[in-house]
Design a protein around this ligand. Structure first.
Ligand SMILES: Nc1ncnc2c1ncn2[C@@H]1O[C@H](COP(=O)(O)OP(=O)(O)OP(=O)(O)O)[C@@H](O)[C@H]1O
Length: 307
């Protein structure tokens, strides 16, 4: 199957000589939710802006829904909906009008039934006759999404969709994104909230200094790079690590009351059983045992700050 979005060897050097993207290649399938993670200035917005035809690439090729974004600009752009990072919604226009107008910009004939559906799906129907500028920040953000969906795009870009949005609205947005995916829309989102990527994405790409350093299924990423931690709370403090445990990835807490064992998620649980048996043989008693897996956030911080 042809990917819905294909980015091949894309590079961008801005006029001042700054190289914001370095040979980025990425294929995204129809119906995927793809999260692009990266620290500030990594190149996320540049990548999205090139795909949406707002910035010219220095080299490389992009196809969206099978259309080359440079040779076949109109068709490619029509296939894409973009919800930009900056909200430009200080409009005197009413919600219905501004959303319908966006559709017209793509040369699509009016389709009130579609606009109604979009507004209803985004819980904006009751506000359709309100002026955009009179809406709350969260509602304005929904209007931005409605505008991006007005021309029935196949691919939707959400550039930091929930920045500055409260937790409740964030959850509503996630719900909405899932519904969109069910209707066959491919979704690419950038986010600083790792929780968001963890919650939503099928695949995750990590971009750093203009390079796509990793693309992986979320679950693979978490099991490959995630670590598990086992903490044993001891009955009596231990003064130093017994020699039998010296070659294990195990640490003793400063107060001597905790043994902390870390292991790769992929590694066999059998190692844990072995550790517990060794402790039993040594007569080390513990009152409590806790396990914990590293979050995507910890994995991400590790990726972005180390080589
Ligand atoms: N027009 C421009 N001219 C020169 N440099 C630019 C231009 N636009 C962006 N840059 C630089 O390119 C780099 C990537 O910027 P970009 O906005 O793509 O990052 P980002 O990953 O989206 O960051 P953020 O998370 O902060 O939005 C930054 O260092 C930025 O300063």
């Amino acid at each position: 199957m042809q990917p819905e979005l294909s980015v091949q060897n894309l590079s961008k050097t801005y006029d001042d000589g700054f190289q914001a993207l370095k040979n980025v290649s990425l294929d995204i399938d129809k119906g995927e939710i793809f999260a692009l993670l990266g620290p500030n200035g990594a190149g996320k917005t540049t990548l999205i802006s090139i795909i949406c035809g707002l910035v010219n690439p220095s080299s490389g090729r992009v196809t969206a829904a099978g259309h080359d974004i440079q040779r076949d600009f109109r068709a490619a752009r029509e296939a894409i909906g973009l919800v930009p990072q900056e909200l430009s919604t200080d409009s005197f226009e009413k919600v219905w009008k501004t959303v319908s107008f966006s559709r017209g910009l793509f040369g699509k004939p009016p389709n009130p039934a579609h606009i109604e559906k979009v507004l209803r799906d985004l819980s904006l129907w009751d506000k359709r006759n309100n002026r955009v500028m009179s809406l709350s920040g969260g509602m304005k953000r929904r209007v931005m999404i409605a505008k991006a969906l007005s021309h029935e795009p196949d691919i939707l870009f959400l550039d930091e969709p929930t920045a500055g949005v409260d937790v409740e609205l964030r959850r509503d947005m996630w719900e909405m994104v899932r519904k969109l995916r069910e209707s066959g829309v491919t979704i690419i989102l950038t986010t600083h909230y790792i929780e968001e990527a963890e919650e939503m994405a099928d695949r995750i790409g990590v971009i750093r200094n203009g390079e796509l350093i990793l693309v992986e299924d979320k679950s693979t990423l978490m099991s490959k790079l995630g670590r598990k931690e086992l903490r044993l709370h001891l009955h009596t403090p231990m003064e130093k690590m017994p020699p039998e445990l010296a070659d294990q990835p195990i640490e003793l807490s400063d107060d001597g009351y905790e043994l902390i064992y870390t292991f790769n998620s992929q590694q066999e649980q059998a190692n844990v059983a072995l550790l517990l048996r060794t402790l039993g043989e040594l007569g080390v008693e513990y009152r409590d045992l806790q396990t914990r897996e590293s979050s995507l956030e910890e994995i991400f911080v590790g990726l972005v700050h180390h080589d």
